[in-house]
Design a protein around this ligand. Structure first.
Ligand SMILES: Cc1cc2nc3c(=O)[nH]c(=O)nc-3n(C[C@H](O)[C@H](O)[C@H](O)COP(=O)(O)OP(=O)(O)OC[C@H]3O[C@@H](n4cnc5c(N)ncnc54)[C@H](O)[C@@H]3O)c2cc1C
Length: 478
């Protein structure tokens, strides 16, 4: 590996909606220019930033169109708010409190990514597209991150005061062999008929699953999990092939009770939904099961299955609570299913992290059930110590909502939503990144303005022998 390096105020790893959320939040607050002037770089293995994976799913959003639109609404900065008048946002505005396809949600994030790309480049930052981050190592002042350029496998390093990990999450295969469902892991017991929910929710996976099930006379599917994904899978299967299913054909096996979101306790009572107490109501918004409750299509389906406020009870879906006393019954459901869809949750993608002396630093988020970040979105070591200047955000990061952000006190899970990332969570990260950049500047006793600070730091490093082809990517007008 050669020696070329570049220095930035912040390196964002991953160019999906969560990784970019601190920039969106800063834009709303009017501090995007200040943030960009510290020197922001984004590394993304794909061709562009913005969309991430959200647009790959064949389902519609569980967020309202209105909440997705907050990413471009009421900004102190005109660049993102200019999208408000686009055709896509007009369509979102027409939908309002309803849901949109995740394909469209991806298009909106993509448009946001285009605006931010121009802003980052315009401020002298860099986009490392078709590059993969490989590891990050603590330095005296921040982090040194190793990147691989995918076109030719060139490896080089980038220094930054802060790093934001926003690489998304996946459903690890080891869950299937390690996590007990009704007394035994799904694999190897049910080998040959287990698939992960993430694959089914994507267009290509859905087509494959339906073609397999069409070969069965009266197909039966067991869906394991109690999250939005489990109910979203059931809803997608029902919508995609409405005539395929007999009563009880889709069984959802879940550990925790499935909850219905309501905008107020009064609305819940009016629908004769009484399955909640004071600890299930968000003290900030008054919403019932603000975080745990299913929303939009998944909510409609659950209400129909439970017979809450729905004219027709949905009999094709059965709920099985996984309790020790009912393990044998649950195993029968699994054994009789033609297909088992595991919706056992996501784990965050992370990078190998090293200390200043080159020792590997295991992360809590790499452990089963461990969260990646603390309440300030700082990445946690395995022993629960926050790592200064290393932040995490996005799918499965495990951020615990509470305090001024609200959420029902009874909520035990993690919150995975664009709105929170693009508002409170992202803003808190943006402010910490800015504060660290300001500290760095005062340590250098130098500059008069944030814009100059960013430029000085990059000039110094670019002078240190960076390769020409990388330089072309990095050098921006100062
Ligand atoms: C089925 C489903 C439905 C959802 N519906 C909603 C919804 O309606 N509303 C809502 O608010 N949220 C929803 N979410 C949650 C969340 O908004 C999405 O999962 C979203 O895609 C997460 O964004 P992300 O940036 O964390 O991850 P991703 O979208 O996966 O983006 C991660 C990015 O990082 C890049 N990357 C990864 N590793 C590296 C590396 N080493 N180097 C460089 N680049 C890298 C990837 O290429 C990718 O572009 C849903 C999630 C799921 C799974």
């Amino acid at each position: 590996m050669g020696e070329p390096r570049a220095a930035f105020g912040c390196l964002v790893v991953g160019g999906g909606p969560a990784a970019l959320a601190p920039l969106v939040a800063a834009s709303r607050e009017g501090s995007l220019d200040a943030l960009l002037s510290t020197g922001v770089a984004v590394v993304e293995k794909g061709e562009a930033i913005g969309a991430g994976r959200i647009g790959n799913y064949a389902i519609s959003s569980d967020s309202t169109a209105d909440s997705l639109l907050t990413a471009v609404k009421d900004h102190g900065d005109s660049r993102l708010s200019a999208l408000w008048d686009s055709d896509l946002c007009r369509r979102f505005r027409d939908v309002g409190g309803g849901s949109v396809s995740l394909a469209d949600a991806g298009r909106l994030q993509s448009a946001i990514g285009d605006v931010l790309s121009a802003a980052i480049r315009g401020a002298g930052g860099s986009l490392f597209l078709r590059h993969r981050a490989i590891s990050t190592t603590r330095t005296g002042t921040g982090w040194r991150t190793k990147l691989r350029r995918l076109s030719d496998d060139l490896i080089f390093e980038v220094d930054s005061r802060s790093v934001i990990l926003g690489m998304g999450g996946d459903q690890p295969a080891d869950q299937l062999t390690a996590e007990c469902v009704a007394g035994a892991p799904l694999l190897p017991l049910h080998a040959g008929k287990v698939i992960q929910s993430d694959a089914v929710l994507q267009r290509s996976g859905l087509a494959a699953v339906l073609s397999l099930l069409r070969r069965r006379k009266a197909p039966k599917v067991a869906i394991v999990g109690g999250s939005t994904s489990a109910m979203a899978v059931a809803d997608l299967l029902l919508r995609s092939a409405p005539k395929m299913w007999q009563p009880g054909a889709l069984a959802i096996l879940h550990r925790r009770p499935l909850r219905v979101f309501f905008p107020s306790a009064a609305a819940a009572w009016a629908a004769q939904y009484n399955d909640f107490g004071p600890e299930d109501v968000c003290p900030v918004t008054g919403f019932v099961y603000r975080l745990a409750g299913l929303r939009q299509h998944s909510r409609d389906l659950l209400m129909s299955v439970l017979g809450v406020g729905a004219p027709v009870a949905e009999t094709r879906v059965l709920l099985h609570r996984l309790r020790p006393a009912e393990e044998a019954a649950a195993q029968t459901v699994l054994a009789e299913a033609d297909l088992i869809i595991a919706a056992l949750g996501y784990r965050p993608r992370t990078l190998p992290v090293f200390s200043t002396d080159g020792q590997a630093v295991p992360l809590l988020g790499e452990q089963r059930g461990g969260r990646l970040v603390d309440e300030q979105s700082r990445v946690l070591t395995q022993s629960g110590e926050p790592l200064d200047g290393l932040f995490g955000i996005g799918l499965a990061a495990g951020f615990k909502v509470g305090g001024a952000m609200g959420g029902e006190p009874s909520f035990m899970g993690q919150s995975n939503g664009l709105w929170l990332w693009q508002n409170d969570i992202g803003l808190a990260i943006a402010r910490q990144v800015l504060a660290r950049a300001a500290d760095a500047a005062s340590e250098r006793h130098a500059p008069r303005s944030a814009a100059v600070r960013g430029a000085v730091s990059r000039t110094a490093v670019l002078g240190a022998g960076i390769r020409d082809d990388i330089l072309a990517d990095l050098v921006m007008p100062l």
